[in-house]
Design a protein around this ligand. Structure first.
Ligand SMILES: *Cc1c(COP(=O)(O)O)cnc(C)c1O
Length: 434
């Protein structure tokens, strides 16, 4: 005793010093100084009562304030790419690349010569290397921006020939036809909802045609009396063929036989392919453009390209993702059901030992987020009473499950294994009455 450390008051950080601390200062800018001051006072009181260490006052004050940033959550929904949960989780390599790029970087500078260099060349080179069928590549802000750039640069004041079966709504009320016509391009619709033929396209093509567009129906299925025209046949029509493959698979995946990939689509004769970066590729939000050098160059030089330019953090994450394609999304897709079952049973055994009535049940996981709509992945889930769903969602960390027939199911397929202990703690933190 008497060494100063024993008396919390002697080590209590001063209020004005805390308010000047960068994260609390940022919080004051967001929520007002009075609110932050109150959180600081409350944390200091906790320290005076010995409930926390004086060194923890700053963090306790921060924790008591609403977050100024999106919160990290654990995705136990069994939906691999959940748009409301930010779609793909970045790999550790991509996260490290983002952190490294957050300061000043050589994103647009050649350190060897000291001259300006092609922006994001690491990511572009990695994309070109991953899809050798593409003569050239470009990256923009997201899949929708890739389409808007293609429509603007290749079909403003011209017609985009597209099947009526492919005029899709992406989500949140945004519809592809509206997106395309917002550029000044006109749509020349062909075929019907369920059937389009090569003759339909051929009859619509003329001097006003900018390009033929093929859109992968990535969030719905039409079954029954249907037909659509494969890229290989469209490529023979004598006009550019742009294919929106949606999910960003670069090469075929045997688990997803109906999901188009960039390499096969280009090999079939597409002149330009557009895709998202944060779906099955498992990278950051981005729009990928791959194809004929002349078309990609026209897009790259168009004034709109500057408005949909991708930022340095995205480029860093994309380069790292392409460098190691075993992303969390890939791992979740390819996870072995028996191994998932064993993992879920271990979690259950621990919970049951602590008095929680949890069970393990078979479950079905899906790709979600606009990809592989018909694919069901055999999975397993921890089953809990329904009331757990809301408690877990509002807990810390928030754990997102799904409610099926009056039970809350937690599917570990998209939860990193190292986070199992946090799922366990979150479940045990829910007050029990059953
Ligand atoms: C997801 C998707 C889009 C939109 O891409 P974003 O990256 O979300 O902008 C467009 N077309 C298809 C076919 C898609 O699946």
């Amino acid at each position: 005793m008497g060494d100063g450390r024993a008396d919390p008051r002697r080590r209590m950080p001063r209020t004005d010093a805390l308010l000047a601390e960068p994260r609390l200062a940022a919080a004051a800018a967001s929520f007002g100084r009075d609110r932050v001051k109150a959180a600081v006072r409350q944390a200091q009181d906790q320290a005076r009562r010995g409930q926390i260490d004086p060194d923890q006052v700053r963090d306790a004050a921060l924790a008591a304030l609403p977050s100024a940033a999106p919160r990290a959550v654990l995705n136990a929904t069994g939906v691999l790419l959940h748009t409301n949960l930010g779609r793909a989780a970045l790999s550790e390599a991509a996260v490290a690349a983002v952190v490294a790029a957050a300061g000043h970087t050589d994103v647009e500078l050649d350190l060897g010569t000291g001259r300006r260099a092609r922006r994001g060349r690491d990511a572009l080179d990695a994309l070109a290397a991953a899809v050798p069928q593409a003569q050239a590549v470009h990256v923009v802000n997201n899949g929708a921006a890739a389409l808007v750039l293609a429509a603007t640069a290749l079909a403003a004041d011209a017609e985009i020939v597209v099947s009526r079966g492919e005029l899709v709504e992406i989500g949140d009320g945004f519809r592809l036809p509206d997106l395309l016509t917002s550029t000044g391009a006109r749509l020349r619709e062909v075929g019907t909802t369920n059937r389009s033929t090569l003759a339909d396209y051929a009859a619509a093509i003329g001097p006003r045609t900018g390009f033929v567009l093929k859109v992968h129906p990535s969030n719905f299925q039409v079954t029954g009396f249907t037909s659509s025209v494969p890229v290989r046949q469209l490529a023979g029509l004598g006009v550019p063929v742009v294919v929106d493959i949606g999910s960003g698979l670069l090469a075929p995946d045997p688990l997803l036989p109906d999901e188009p990939d960039a390499a096969s689509t280009l090999r079939a004769g597409a002149h330009l392919v557009t895709a998202s970066g944060d779906k099955l590729l498992g990278g950051p939000q981005a729009g990928l453009l791959l194809g004929a050098a002349e078309l990609v160059e026209r897009l790259r030089r168009h004034p709109l390209a500057r408005a949909v330019r991708v930022d340095k953090l995205t480029l860093a994450a994309l380069a790292a993702t392409l460098g190691d394609p075993v992303t969390p999304t890939w791992s979740a897709l390819h996870a072995d059901a028996a191994a998932l079952r064993a993992r879920t049973e271990r979690l259950r055994d621990g919970l049951v030992a602590d008095g929680c009535k949890a069970e393990v049940v078979p479950a079905v996981a899906v790709v979600g987020g606009g990809g592989a709509p018909g694919v069901e992945l055999d999975s397993w889930a921890l089953s809990l009473p329904e009331r757990y769903a809301a408690a877990l969602r509002t807990g810390d960390p928030p754990v997102l499950g799904r409610v099926v027939r009056g039970r809350t199911l937690l599917d570990l397929r998209c939860v990193p294994e190292h986070a199992d202990a946090r799922v366990r703690a979150a479940v045990l933190a829910v007050p029990g009455d059953d």
